[in-house]
Every structure is written in structure tokens, then in C-alpha cells.
Write a protein that binds this ligand. Structure first.
Ligand SMILES: Nc1ncnc2c1ncn2[C@@H]1O[C@H](COP(=O)(O)OP(=O)(O)OP(=O)(O)O)[C@@H](O)[C@H]1O
Ligand code: SF4
Ligand SMILES: [Mg+2]
Length: 325
């Protein structure tokens, strides 16, 4: 369990907003610092939960790792190899190793294709099954793996419930035997009872196939249920990362403490430290220098508005970015 399957270093994604013609002429461009120098790793076979409020850069991070978008700067290593230096051919072969499951399975499943069409397409693209018979066998096996009966194979996405559609989307991710699955809010659109079933399915599949997960969610209960380790994001930065038990019972960063104020205690005998922040979430558009939390944080001092705090190790596996711990 110690090998880092994925390692991200100083990863940056800035989007430039040019605005309208008049502001362009006046030279008023704005930069959205969606992901602004993040570091994390995911060990082989574990689940890293990436949590944070809307707009903090979670989906951008997932899209960068799958290379749906290219980073402004930084490093993404898969099995120790620099993914950004891969040739187009090597990247095409590697694409199947990293699969992304989205929040809305209905939008990501073509409504005009049957489940057989949808699940056999990646097998064709990656040359993993040749004959119709081989494809059919594999698709039936995949349906079985995600708890769906063979009677569903010739049906269309609209014939299924949200939970079933997410099972199909997970099956599609599995078609190509990936090593890393990135779930971008894969249970957020589902009812709570269905969420638990899908989270359990993710866990079963992880055990069966030694899968590694980067699991993106804004819901702390979901993150606590699924993660081995957690990385907390705030406005383009990772502010704290550590084992799930440490993050939930012994958080150190003011933002993590504030986030936890919204969830029930895991251990009422030993309540986790909590804190209240003032004001609204900061914007990633042309943020001021220093810590992103500076305008809201009761612990802020003068250095916080000048220098952005680095993510540093405070204990085995526990990293925090704050000047005043
Ligand atoms: N293509 C783009 N052009 C400009 N800005 C973008 C683009 N994509 C994302 N952003 C901005 O980057 C920031 C991070 O967006 P992102 O979608 O990664 O957040 P998120 O954490 O996934 O949020 P949510 O929980 O709402 O899904 C947001 O301010 C968003 O508006
Ligand atoms: S660096 Fe300063 S502003 Fe940022 S979280 Fe720490 S104390 Fe608060
Ligand atoms: Mg998102």
C-alpha cells in the first residue's frame, strides 16, 4: 500500500477571462486561479477524498489528471512517470488506465445507444474484444459486477433510475480495466439511501480489482464514508490533507475546522475542534497575495496577507498550510 500511483506537484490551472471588447482594449483581462499550485498523492489501492465548497477547483483538478484540459504549470506523475511528457501514442494507451465517473450519468450516457452499445464501445476503441460474442460476454460480466441483471443489456439509459444509470457509468469505467478511477461527485445527484448503495459498490469494486480512487465530493459525510485519506481544498489551494480519522477528529487548519462545524460529531466523547469563519467564500478571480482565507480567518496576522502558506508536514501523512497553527 505504500507506492504512489498518482502524484501531483505544484499543479496550476489558470483560466484567462478576456471580457468584452472594450475591456480587452483597455487591457483589463482577469485570471481565474482555479487550481493554484496543489500537491497531493494517492497510494496504490487507497481512496483519497478531495473535498471543498463549490468552485474551489475540484473538477478542474480531476480534468487535469485525465488530461481533458492541460495544466498551466506543474507535474502529474502516474506510477512515477511524468504523464505530461508522454507522447500522443503513449497517452492514448494510458487514457484507459485513468477513468472519470461524473455526477450526472444521464448527461454522460448517450440516450440513443443501448447499454450494449455504450459498454462495448470502449472495448472496441482499445481493442479489448474482437467478435460480437466476446463483446456481449464482457458486457454481461460488467453488468453483473455492478449488480445489474443481464435483462438490461438491450435497454436505453432513460429506462433506468439515477442509481442504475450510475452503476452503468461505473461499468463503463471498468470496461478497460483502469488502475485509477476519478469520481467527480458521482453520488451527489442521488437520494441518500441510493448514495450508500453506490458508495458500497465503489468499495466492493476497489477490493476486487485493487482499484485506486480519487473521490471528489463536497459532502463531508460521503467523504468520511469512502476515504482513506482526505485533501481539503479552498479556492484553488489544498489547505490540509491527512488520514480520514485525523481530518475528522483532529483537524488543524482553520478552514477544515469551519467545514466540520456543519457535520455531526463522529465521536461525541471527543468533539473535534471547530471554528466559525466570517463572510463569504473568496473568489479565485485575481485573488490578493497571501492566504486565501485571510479576510475570513480569526487567526490571521500580518504575514497572512503577504505570503501564501506552504503545505507542510506536521505529522506522518498529515500536511497543513497555515502560518499560525
Ligand atoms: N473553462 C473555464 N473558464 C473559466 N473559468 C473556469 C473554467 N472552468 C472552471 N472555471 C472556474 O474555476 C473555478 C473552479 O471550478 P471547478 O469546476 O473546478 O470547481 P468545483 O470545486 O468542481 O465546484 P463544484 O463543487 O461547483 O463542482 C470556478 O471559479 C470556475 O468558475
Ligand atoms: S495562514 Fe493566516 S489567514 Fe490563512 S488560515 Fe492560517 S492563520 Fe488563517
Ligand atoms: Mg465540480
Amino acid at each position: 500500500m505504500s507506492e504512489h500511483l498518482l502524484e501531483v506537484k505544484d499543479l496550476v490551472k489558470h483560466f484567462t477571462l478576456n471580457g468584452d471588447f472594450v475591456s480587452r482594449v483597455a487591457g483589463k483581462t482577469q485570471t481565474v486561479k482555479a487550481v493554484d499550485g496543489i500537491d497531493f498523492y494517492v497510494r496504490q489501492g487507497e481512496t483519497l477524498g478531495l473535498v471543498g465548497e463549490s468552485g474551489c477547483g475540484k473538477s478542474t483538478t480531476g480534468r487535469l489528471i485525465t488530461r481533458l484540459i492541460e495544466p498551466t504549470e506543474g507535474e502529474i506523475k502516474l506510477r512515477g512517470e511524468d504523464l505530461l511528457a508522454f507522447s500522443p501514442k503513449r497517452m492514448r494507451e494510458t487514457r484507459k488506465d485513468v477513468q472519470l465517473v461524473f455526477q450526472d450519468p444521464y448527461a454522460s450516457l448517450n440516450p440513443r445507444k443501448t447499454i450494449m452499445d455504450i459498454l462495448s464501445r470502449p472495448l472496441e476503441v482499445h481493442n479489448l474484444a474482437k467478435t460480437w460474442h466476446e463483446k456481449r460476454e464482457r458486457v454481461l460480466e460488467l453488468l453483473n459486477l455492478v449488480g445489474m441483471g443481464s435483462e438490461h443489456i438491450d435497454r436505453y439509459p432513460h429506462e433506468f433510475s439515477g442509481g442504475q444509470r450510475q452503476r452503468i457509468a461505473i461499468a463503463r469505467g471498468l470496461t478497460v480495466n483502469p488502475e485509477l478511477m476519478i469520481g467527480d461527485e458521482p453520488v451527489s445527484a442521488l437520494d441518500v439511501s441510493i448514495q450508500a448503495q453506490i458508495l458500497n459498490l465503489f468499495r466492493e469494486l476497489q477490493e476486487k480489482f485493487s482499484l485506486t480512487y480519487l473521490f471528489i465530493a463536497h459532502d463531508l459525510a460521503v467523504i468520511r464514508h469512502i476515504s482513506d485519506r482526505v485533501a481539503v481544498m479552498y479556492v484553488g489551494k489544498i489547505v490540509e490533507s491527512g488520514p480520514v480519522a485525523t481530518i475528522f477528529s483532529d483537524p488543524l487548519h482553520p478552514y477544515t475546522k469551519a467545514l466540520l462545524a456543519a457535520v455531526p460529531e463522529a465521536d461525541p466523547e471527543k468533539p473535534a475542534p471547530r471554528l466559525t469563519l466570517e463572510g463569504e467564500v473568496a473568489t479565485p478571480i485575481d485573488p490578493p497575495p497571501g492566504c486565501r482565507l485571510q479576510g475570513r480567518c480569526p487567526l490571521a496576522t500580518s504575514i497572512c496577507s503577504e505570503v501564501s502558506p506552504e503545505l507542510v508536514s506536521v505529522d506522518t501523512d498529515h500536511q497543513v498550510a497555515c502560518h499560525n497553527l
